[in-house]
Design a protein. Structure first.
Length: 289
């Protein structure tokens, strides 16, 4: 069982109800009113059914979140031609996601059988948990031209090779990459669509200075990452507008390179005694330029 908590509220279109087999009739009655956008189905929330056949009667549902669903047959999802938001956690056999042409947001536990691809031409946001690859890199990631936001949670990859295939993505978030040591391949995204990049709980990165190759990136966030010697590498990020660094030590303490970034307008960190400036001092100097 994973420690990932699926996002069942990433659905701006309306409310989501948790289906409880102990109160089956009440749940279906609530769905029949037609004012709900979606359903949350979880074996941990008293869903005792073995399939999703009840969805046949509610084809207008646009959001489904399934957690702890390893014993549930997911074939019933086929009745939801207008599905826009889908979360899949701990499942046995994934459905063919190519049938959901309206899918906009997908959050799923990684599987080589997870068939998300260019057929999902409306998909803009993808979150994958526990991504694996025999090459220990990003070469197994799906290629979806419409994708704008890609988040990878908890992976054992050590390299970011394969990142060059994601030049259409605007936002990248790497969370809990506990073995990641080399990110040099990220330089291949320079000049592409990438505007925001975040590394969170990536404590073994050895070449963080490679972020300086991203001349068009607008926001960089480093949260609980390996120590950084200095901020000189940021000079290559000529379009950087925001820089956030949390619980990540800047060994030199010198924040002056931030003042030389022509587009930088916001900086946030936890103030340290050895820093050359406080974050408020840096931001005041940026505003006064």
């Amino acid at each position: 069982m994973s420690d990932w908590q699926p996002n069942i509220f990433d659905c701006p279109a309306g409310d989501v109800i948790t289906i409880d087999s102990q109160h089956w009739d009440a749940c279906l009655s609530r769905l029949s009113k037609g004012d709900l956008a979606g359903v949350h189905i979880s074996a941990m929330s008293h869903y005792a059914e073995k399939d999703l056949e009840f969805l046949r009667d509610f084809p207008n549902i646009t959001a489904v979140a399934i957690s702890y669903g390893k014993g549930i047959d997911l074939a019933g999802l086929q009745y939801l031609e207008g599905l826009e938001y889908l979360t899949l956690d701990t499942y046995k056999d994934p459905p063919d996601l190519g049938q959901f042409s309206m899918l906009r947001t997908l959050s799923a536990e990684w599987s080589p059988q997870l068939s998300v691809d260019e057929r999902n031409e409306q998909l803009e946001k993808l979150t994958l948990f526990n991504y694996k690859c025999p090459h220990s890199d990003l070469s197994y990631l799906p290629l979806i031209p419409s994708l704008k936001h890609l988040e990878l949670n908890l992976s054992s990859v050590t390299l970011l090779d394969g990142a060059d295939r994601q030049r259409h993505v605007q936002s990248l978030h790497f969370y809990r990459f506990l073995k990641l040591t080399r990110i040099a391949a990220i330089a291949a995204l320079s000049g592409g669509s990438l505007q925001r990049i975040k590394f969170e709980l990536c404590k073994k990165i050895e070449d963080i200075d490679q972020l300086g190759q991203l001349e068009s990136v607008k926001k960089i966030t480093l949260d609980r990452c390996a120590d950084i010697n200095d901020l000189e590498f940021l000079r290559g990020c000529s379009q950087l507008e925001e820089f956030v660094i949390l619980d990540t030590k800047i060994v030199s303490g010198n924040l002056r390179p931030l003042l030389e970034l022509p587009k930088l307008s916001y900086f946030f960190t936890s103030d340290k005694h050895h820093h050359s400036h406080t974050k408020d001092e840096i931001n005041a100097l940026l505003r006064s330029r």
